[in-house]
Design a protein around this ligand. Structure first.
Ligand code: PLP
Length: 400
């Protein structure tokens, strides 16, 4: 028998790291399968089912034959609905047409498409840190360099123009923004966001604004880039149905960008995945267009996240050993754990011990390039979230 061909990863993925958030989730699932009781607060996924009117619309679409390929960039009614909603928020020019929208298999693919068509070797992309784990990897897959811009914890890790400028070089080509933020839950105010957008436009930097959590905000409406921008020639807005409509498994996201960028992303997608699943596109169309029956479900889910946040936050805050950010949106607590100033990766140690000693799965902050911190998702039943937070506090006291 001949020797099997050894696998040497290509240069494309030489630097690629496994997604820590998914790894944690898988470890928790494996422990559960082995009979351990685990409270899994690792996942970035609403624990609700997709609202019934959306599921019904998808079933009807299937019965009516939504089983074939569609246009690569998505069905026209969906792109029109996305463009119409975007235009209703945008006061600058030019107005947004269906040709500026590309629908993809999850906003993850939208972000990836954007990174690949905008950035390449030699380019630097500013990534406010902590940020969602995949930004760093996607920029690297585009063979550009992700430049970490460390936010100030006292400001919920939000960045501002002087801070971006400190990390800018002549090679800077773009900035990743994410508000409400995963992992911090921080929300940029309209003025903060406008200042960043104006500056990036003046500098000729692309802005990729990931707004997947924009509808999940608790204390004030979270502005999206199109609510405050006066121009959009450097702006790619990324959104999708996963989080707000509890549709993670349907895999529908989209970009709103200048037409030339949309064309390039469509071309890229035509050679990778082609159109996102046809039935899922019809489900997303229902989510965006059915109105009150869906909107009331979204309001109920957001209200439930807020109730959980308000129930659990005081428990964490009561611990003298933890520094806990105030989440204003998304569904995560981000906190600094004991030993953060002493250990190389106190967050990983805390998350490992929490899983082993207390049966709670959370994500170490190293996934978001801030070791010493951990992320707790509160997209789970309130009793579980509250119980898990008591266990977090107990472990923090033991580790202090
Ligand atoms: N952007 C952020 C900040 C996220 O947290 C996630 C999912 O966790 C995504 C994008 C990807 O979402 P989708 O399911 O639409 O691919």
């Amino acid at each position: 028998m001949s020797t099997p061909l050894p696998f040497h990863p290509s240069a494309n993925i030489a630097e690629l790291r496994e997604s820590v958030t998914i790894a944690v989730s898988q470890k928790a699932k494996a422990l559960k399968a082995a009979g351990r009781e685990v409270i899994d607060l690792g996942a970035g996924e609403p624990d609700f089912d997709t609202p019934i009117p959306i599921r019904d619309a998808a079933k009807r679409a299937l019965d009516q034959g939504a089983t074939r390929y569609t246009a690569v960039e998505g069905i026209l009614p969906l792109r029109e609905a996305i463009a119409a909603q975007a235009n209703a928020r945008y006061r600058g020019g030019p107005s947004i047409g269906a040709g500026d929208v590309v629908v993809s298999s999850g906003s993850k693919q939208s972000l990836y498409n954007a990174c690949v068509v905008l950035f390449g070797p030699g380019d630097e992309v500013l990534v406010p840190t902590p940020s969602w784990t995949s930004y760093y990897e996607m920029v690297a897959l585009a063979r550009a360099t992700a430049v970490e811009v460390p936010g100030d914890p006292a400001r919920g890790f939000k960045v501002d123009v002087p801070l971006l400028e400190r990390f800018a070089t002549p090679r800077t080509r773009g900035v990743m923004l994410n508000s409400p933020s995963n992992p911090t839950g921080s929300v940029y105010s309209p003025d903060e966001l406008r200042a960043l957008l104006d500056h990036c436009a003046a500098r000729g930097w692309w802005v990729i604004s990931d707004e997947i959590y924009v509808r999940i905000a608790y204390d004030a409406v979270a502005p999206g880039a199109l609510d405050v921008a006066t121009r959009r020639d450097n702006l790619i807005v990324v959104d999708g149905v996963a989080k707000a409509y509890a549709m993670t498994g349907w895999r529908i996201g989209w970009t709103i960008s200048p037409t030339a960028v949309a064309k390039a992303m469509g071309a890229l997608q035509s050679h990778t995945t082609s159109n996102p699943a046809t039935v899922s596109q019809h489900a997303a169309l229902a989510a965006l267009t059915l109105g009150e029956p869906v909107e009331s479900a979204v309001r109920r889910m957001v209200a439930e996240f807020k109730t959980r946040r308000d129930a659990a936050l005081p428990i964490l805050r009561a611990s003298a050993q933890l520094t806990v950010l105030q989440p204003e949106g998304a569904f995560y607590f981000y906190l600094k754990v004991p030993g953060a100033d002493r250990l190389a990766d106190a967050g990983a140690e805390f998350a490992n011990r929490l899983l082993e000693e207390e049966g709670v799965a959370i994500v170490p902050g190293s996934a978001f390039r801030t070791p010493g911190w951990v992320r707790i998702s509160y997209a789970a039943a309130q009793a579980q979230v509250v119980e898990a937070c008591h266990r977090v506090v107990r472990l923090a006291a033991r580790m202090a």
